[in-house]
Design a protein around this ligand. Structure first.
Ligand SMILES: *Cc1c(COP(=O)(O)O)cnc(C)c1O
Length: 235
């Protein structure tokens, strides 16, 4: 099989996994979007997936964003950012993405606001939460979330649309509580009734735990290796 055929077949397999998880949990498959996590993947391979009908792509590293954007400029698709964002990279990122899924500190929110305000623009953001309690994971602690969102809601160039998490790195059933927690937290934020804050997106689930994430309410599953194969080195 050619590499392009493999990518197309892998997409069909992942879509089947999402559909089966939706069926088990009584959800409409249209309520779950598949996001291609394309760190380290060259644009020619991403192109195959977009031409096969995929519409949502995200990078982790700012330096990969613009070259891939330029190589795929003839295609229509939505671009998000899912990596850790350093403040000094904001200007190199913002022109190329519609949503930053990894807002995790007020200093970043403030700098994004000032850059966007200057241009008269807005961006969607998701707030990243550390639901697994692992030291190595980025994101706000669950008990800091409400206070953070109250303050971040004041930055009106940032459209807060939901939450994002990386579940516990473990067997899917062991990861389940960390994924379920994200939905609980989104419900608590909704109760705050803050102007301009919506909790409609829950970005969770990856190659290893996407079924459990869908069962626990994910609206965006972020999949890399199940579609493009294993990456050369972990990042
Ligand atoms: C790499 C990555 C993914 C996808 O991981 P896979 O296990 O390859 O599916 C999802 N989310 C984030 C934030 C990532 O960095």
């Amino acid at each position: 099989m050619s590499d392009a055929e493999t990518i197309r077949e892998n997409i069909a397999t992942v879509r089947g996994r999402i559909a089966a998880a939706c069926e088990r949990s009584g959800r409409d498959p249209a309520s779950v979007r598949l996001l291609l996590a394309t760190k380290t993947i060259p644009p020619e391979r991403i192109r195959v997936a977009i031409e096969a009908g995929e519409t949502l792509v995200a990078e982790n590293r700012v330096q990969e964003v613009r070259p891939k954007f330029e190589a795929l400029a003839d295609l229509e698709y939505e671009r998000h950012f899912i990596g850790h964002l350093q403040s000094n990279k904001i200007n190199a990122l913002v022109p190329y993405v519609s949503c930053i899924q990894t807002l995790d500190r007020l200093s970043l929110a403030r700098k994004l606001q000032s850059r966007l305000e200057r241009e008269g623009e807005t961006r969607e953001v998701l707030v990243q939460v550390n639901t697994s309690g692992e030291e190595s994971k980025a994101g706000l602690e669950p008990d800091q979330l409400a206070e953070f969102i109250r303050e971040a809601a004041a930055f009106d160039a940032l459209r807060i649309r939901g939450l994002m998490t990386i579940g516990l790195n473990a067997e899917p059933e062991v990861a389940r509580p960390s994924l379920a927690l994200l939905k609980t937290l989104a419900g608590q934020v909704e109760q705050l009734g803050l102007d301009g804050v919506e909790m409609k997106e829950l970005s969770m689930g990856m190659t290893g735990d996407l079924e459990v994430a869908v069962e626990e309410g994910s609206t965006i599953v972020r999949v890399g290796s199940a579609i493009f194969g294993s990456r050369p080195a972990p990042i």
